[in-house]
Design a protein around this ligand. Structure first.
Ligand code: E4P
Length: 215
C-alpha cells in the first residue's frame, strides 16, 4: 500500500490530516519551515509529538563533515527522524557515513534516475525525486519515477521511492500505479483526494430523503 506523507511544517494541517487516519509521515524542508513563521525547534517538536512515523528533517550544510555532524544531531532528536540530505557529491559522502551508523537517510533534490542509483548505493533509505519541479520545466517528472521504480525492483534494493514535489491528485494516482513506495504532498492535494462532486450531491440527496422517512 502506498504510504502518504504530508509535505509541510504547518502543524494545523498535520493535526487535521493525522485525525483522518491516513497519515504515515511528514517531510519538511527549510522553505516549508520558513513558511510556517515559527522557530525551527518548536515546529519540529510539535511534529514529532503528533505523528508516529518517519519525519524527514533536512540538513542545512553543504560540506560532508558538517552534514554528518548535523545529521547525527538531527537523528538524536527522536527515533522517527529521517535525515534529509541533498543529492551532491558531498551529500553522498555524508549518506555513506551516516547510513553505516544506522541513521536513516532521505536523499532530496533528486531529478534523475542516475542520481537515485547513486543515493541508493551510498546507503539512503529513501530517494525523493521532485516530479512537480520537472513538470514545471517541461520534462515529464513521472518518467523519472517509472525508471527509478523499475531499476530498484531489478536489484531488490532496500531503498524506498518517495515521490516529492507533488502538485495535484493525478500525480498521486500515477505514482501509486507505478508502485512508488511513498507520496508526499501539500495538505491541499490530500484534501482534494477526499473530494468528489458526486459525493457532495449524493450526500445532499441522502440527507433530504432521510427527512421524508417517517420516524
Ligand atoms: C520533498 O521532500 C520536498 O519538500 C518537496 O516535495 C518540494 O516540493 P516543491 O517543489 O513543491 O517545493
Amino acid at each position: 500500500m502506498v504510504k502518504i506523507f504530508l509535505d509541510t511544517a504547518n502543524i494545523d494541517e498535520i493535526r487535521e490530516a493525522a485525525s483522518w487516519g491516513v497519515l504515515d509521515g511528514v517531510t519538511t524542508n527549510p522553505t516549508l519551515v520558513a513558511k510556517s513563521g515559527r522557530k525551527w525547534g518548536e515546529v519540529i517538536q510539535d511534529i514529532l509529538a503528533l505523528v508516529d512515523g518517519p519525519i524527514s528533517l533536512e540538513v542545512t550544510t553543504t560540506d560532508a563533515d558538517d552534514m554528518i555532524k548535523q545529521g547525527r544531531q538531527l537523528a538524536k532528536l527522536h527515533k522517527n527522524v529521517v535525515v534529509k540530505i541533498q543529492m551532491t557529491t558531498e551529500g553522498l559522502k555524508a549518506i555513506r557515513t551516516l547510513s553505516k551508523e544506522g541513521v536513516r537517510i532521505n536523499t532530496t533534490l533528486i531529478f534523475s534516475a542516475n542520481q537515485a542509483i547513486l543515493a541508493a548505493k551510498a546507503g539512503a533509505k529513501y530517494v525523493s525525486p521532485f516530479i512537480g519541479r520537472l513538470d514545471d520545466q517541461g520534462q515529464e517528472g513521472m518518467q523519472v519515477i517509472r525508471e527509478i521504480v523499475e531499476i530498484f525492483k531489478n536489484y531488490d534494493w532496500d531503498c524506498q521511492v518517495l515521490v516529492a514535489s507533488i502538485r495535484h491528485p493525478l500525480h498521486v494516482i500515477e505514482a501509486a500505479k507505478l508502485g512508488a513506495d511513498v507520496v508526499t504532498m501539500p495538505f491541499e492535494v490530500l484534501k482534494k483526494m477526499t473530494q468528489h462532486t458526486l459525493t457532495d450531491v449524493g450526500l445532499k440527496r441522502f440527507l433530504e430523503d432521510w427527512k421524508k422517512v417517517p420516524q
